[in-house]
Ligand binder design. Structure first.
Ligand SMILES: Cc1cc2nc3c(=O)[nH]c(=O)nc-3n(C[C@H](O)[C@H](O)[C@H](O)COP(=O)(O)OP(=O)(O)OC[C@H]3O[C@@H](n4cnc5c(N)ncnc54)[C@H](O)[C@@H]3O)c2cc1C
Length: 517
């Protein structure tokens, strides 16, 4: 055997697994298809001649536990945002908006000014007090072996209504019973829809699981800005893995995995097309379960993953002014919701489900450079340039299949029109130009993510998110990384608790191999 462990894929989770295993003295080989590690957690300069390193895919960090950062000695600066979100709207004949800030009094004032009473603020506080209980009670379980569902439920024995609302019934019922205002309901619901194609009332409860991942991160649900961009997070894990002795090969495209009597053989192709074989007693798959099945020569598992987002990166010469008069530096510092009212989200879902692009695309934006300008060159910083990230919802991959480029361009135009309805000036007036005079806007539909990152259907979590507890008796007390193959474990987003930039899947696979409990 050439190694103790071969890791297929050098995404941030593969790197986390390599770091843990290397530190435990295991001989680790990481094989990454692309020319750089990091997978969906990378920083890149997509615009020719414009020196800005944008977080090209994932952009905020919440799910990475402090324990993991400390255990691996990662040098990371994760910064809190003062503004949680701003939602512009047109109400009672005026342009206004809802500001959710880390200062309670500011949020209360904004809600009163929007709705005319203090009821909305009271409902919002009560809802998030319950949601906070999910974080306090479930986040610590993510770092141990899987509890049974009964054990997870028992954590809520003194507040059974919270368990019932979140684990047994569709999220929509909880939101509708707790909050009256449509705009507030929509802001809450978005956490259940990021990268997840579901309605609020979906019986699958997919939206509940997605909501969970968005509110329990590190026990607070606080979404933080990685200073230096997402590449700094993967960069720190890459360094930790190399320092621990892991061998990391990029440009190494794995084309097959075969189990043998005492391990598995991994066949990979280098940039020149030459084939190589690496063998080890165990293989860790950082790739999606559907990709793993293909590499093993099997049919992909059902249901087929669906990706459902439009990711847009932009560079601006300055932030645009808003019709509501709100200071853009405040409005864009947190998540800026566009057409994400509760009814609007449901309409968009219904349209997409019936095979049409949503007429009013729901989306959310955020400006990284307000919290961390270090991703801009010194010259662009002096000039006052800013970045904007846009994440569009309810855009299933199948809608783009007929003409990926053309339909993406059309949907981008529709999305920008929705955004511009809240701006006091055309967006194009503030978009920076690249060295060829082209606007600095790039849009990635789910099919682009499938092609570049190997995400099946463009699903940002590799497959639908799963509950963070065992769903069978055999799974109780395991790390949630087993596959149908004896010699292959998952160490990526498709593992039971793997979604998001967290490193949890990589850590869980390593803990399994090291026999930790
Ligand atoms: C557009 C977008 C926005 C997102 N936003 C956020 C966010 O803000 N915050 C957050 O927490 N999460 C976000 N996510 C989700 C998060 O990025 C993922 O859950 C996480 O990055 C998954 O990490 P991973 O290491 O498990 O897998 P990946 O990042 O998918 O890495 C898998 C690696 O395997 C490699 N690979 C694939 N096939 C092969 C092969 N045959 N041979 C060798 N290597 C192979 C890939 O190139 C890739 O590097 C977002 C994802 C996307 C796509």
């Amino acid at each position: 055997m050439s190694h103790d462990v071969v890791i297929v894929g050098g995404g941030h989770n593969g790197l986390a697994a390599a770091a843990y295993l290397g530190r435990a003295g295991r001989r680790v080989l990481v094989l990454e298809r692309l020319d750089e590690t990091g997978g969906a957690a990378v920083s890149e300069r997509p615009f020719a001649g414009v020196d800005v390193r944008v977080s090209r895919y994932a952009y905020l960090v919440s799910m990475m536990p402090r324990e993991l950062i400390d255990e691996l000695g990662l040098d990371l600066d994760l910064r809190s945002r003062t503004v949680s979100s701003y939602t512009p709207t047109h109400r009672d004949g005026r342009d206004t908006g809802l500001l959710a800030s880390s200062h309670a009094a500011t949020t209360a004032l904004s809600m009163r000014s929007l709705t005319g009473t203090d009821r909305a603020w009271a409902q919002w506080q009560a809802f998030y007090a319950d949601a906070q209980q999910l974080a306090t009670r479930l986040a610590p379980t993510l770092l141990g072996t899987l509890p049974s569902k009964d054990e997870a439920r028992a954590l809520f024995s003194d507040i059974p209504h919270v368990w019932d609302a979140f684990a047994e019934r569709p999220l929509g019922e909880w939101i509708e019973s707790a909050i009256d205002d449509d705009l507030l309901r929509g802001v809450v619901l978005t956490d259940g829809l990021i990268g997840t194609f579901a309605a609020a009332g979906d019986a699958s409860l997919q939206q509940n699981r997605c909501f969970l991942y968005h509110v329990i991160g590190d026990g607070t649900g606080d979404w933080k800005v990685p200073a230096g961009g997402m590449g700094a997070v993967s960069g720190a894990l890459d360094q930790a893995a190399r320092k621990a002795g892991a061998e990391i090969l990029t440009g190494a495209d794995v084309i097959a995995i075969r189990e043998t009597t005492d391990g598995a053989e991994v066949t990979w192709r280098d940039a020149t097309g030459d084939e190589h074989v690496a063998s080890a007693p165990t293989v860790l798959a950082n790739v999606a379960p559907a990709v793993l099945a293909r590499l093993m020569g099997d049919e992909p598992p059902l249901p087929k993953p669906v990706g459902s987002q439009l990711k847009v990166n932009m560079v601006l010469t300055r932030l645009p002014k808003l019709k509501s008069g709100r200071d853009p530096k405040e409005a864009f510092a947190g998540t800026f919701h566009v057409d994400e009212g509760y009814a609007e989200l449901e309409t968009a879902f219904r349209e997409a489900k019936s095979g049409r692009l949503p007429s009013k695309p729901p989306s959310e934006l955020y400006c990284h450079t307000l919290t961390d300008p270090s991703i801009l060159s010194a010259e662009l910083r002096t000039k006052g340039y800013q970045t904007l990230t846009l994440f569009g919802l309810h855009t299933p991959d199948a809608l783009f299949a007929a003409d990926p480029k053309g339909i993406t361009a059309e949907y981008l135009a529709r999305t920008i029109a929705g955004f511009e309805a809240h701006l006091a000036e055309p967006l194009l007036d503030v978009i920076a130009l690249d060295q060829d005079g082209q606007p600095c806007i790039e849009a990635k539909c789910p099919l682009d993510l499938e092609e570049h990152l190997g995400l099946p259907g463009g699903n940002i979590f590799h497959r639908d998110l799963q509950w963070p507890w065992a769903e069978s008796a055999e799974e109780v007390g395991t790390w949630g990384v087993a596959t149908q193959y004896d010699r292959v474990l998952l160490c990526g987003s498709g593992a039971r608790r793997g979604g998001a930039v967290s490193g949890i899947a990589g850590r869980s696979a390593a803990m399994h191999l090291l026999g930790r409990r």
